[in-house]
Design a protein around this ligand. Structure first.
Ligand code: ADE
Length: 226
């Protein structure tokens, strides 16, 4: 999968995508992420990318021309399955959206800044708007990093134990069960004995019950959706 990210602060994106699982996904050639500096498409000698909004009001708006030029230059090279705008007024990201996006080939993510982007970009290029939650970030970069991470770990071959993503929280609209590692006893805190029993069916049943219990206690809304 290839993901192109358009940003005015590309440095914000470099570190989150260069470690751990995202690093491995790229090293294995399963994920290619290219970050494009919108400033390179800025107008005039100051490489202008934003301007005052028509009708007045505080806050700058990202201009249509630099954004269009950048998007067109990328579209000339490949076809995009989705051109996604990161925005608090978008569809709220969830596991189901990440699963669907992980099946695509080429994605473009546009990070907004300031007051937003000229609406004509949304009308003519954007195919999907994503929000990562009901709060406003300074820009779409951190949100884009969240999207890339949540998709990247789902690509076949990225995780060592491929099945492990299947048991993530939210995969069945259930939260993941508790996990433990050695030692089996610390102070007088013991690991549930079923996990040490070696009885696979019982362990699976225990995990399912724990998932259900945890979901009922913490996120009953997930159960109502089923
Ligand atoms: N840009 C600013 N806030 C955002 C949010 N909550 N989700 C996605 N993009 C954003």
């Amino acid at each position: 999968m290839r993901i192109d990210i358009l940003s005015v602060v590309p440095d914000l994106l470099h570190s989150p995508l260069q470690h751990s699982i995202m690093k491995r996904a790229q090293q294995k050639g399963l994920l290619e992420v290219q970050v494009h500096d919108l400033r390179d498409f800025g107008l005039g000698k100051h490489r202008q990318i934003d301007d005052y909004q028509f009708g007045g009001g505080a806050g700058m708006v990202m201009m249509v021309e630099p954004l269009s030029n950048c998007i067109e230059s990328l579209k000339a090279e490949r076809t995009y399955d989705e051109i996604i705008y990161m925005t608090p007024d978008g569809q709220r990201l969830n596991q189901s959206i990440s699963n669907q996006l992980s099946l695509k080939g080429n994605l473009m993510l546009l990070c907004g800044h300031y007051k937003g982007i000229d609406e004509r970009i949304r009308e003519h290029y954007i195919t999907m708007d994503i929000s990562i939650g009901d709060y406003v970030l300074s820009g779409g970069e951190l949100a884009a990093a969240v999207v890339v991470d949540s998709i990247g770990r789902l690509l076949p071959g990225v995780l060592n134990d491929e099945t492990s993503a299947l048991f993530d929280s939210f995969q069945d609209d259930l939260l993941a069960p508790p996990v433990y590692t050695r030692p089996a006893k610390f102070k007088d805190w013991e690991v549930p004995s079923v996990l040490l029993s070696g009885h696979d069916a019982k362990i699976e049943e225990w995990r399912y019950e724990q998932s259900l219990k945890r979901t009922e206690e913490r996120r009953p809304d997930l159960l109502e959706r089923q």
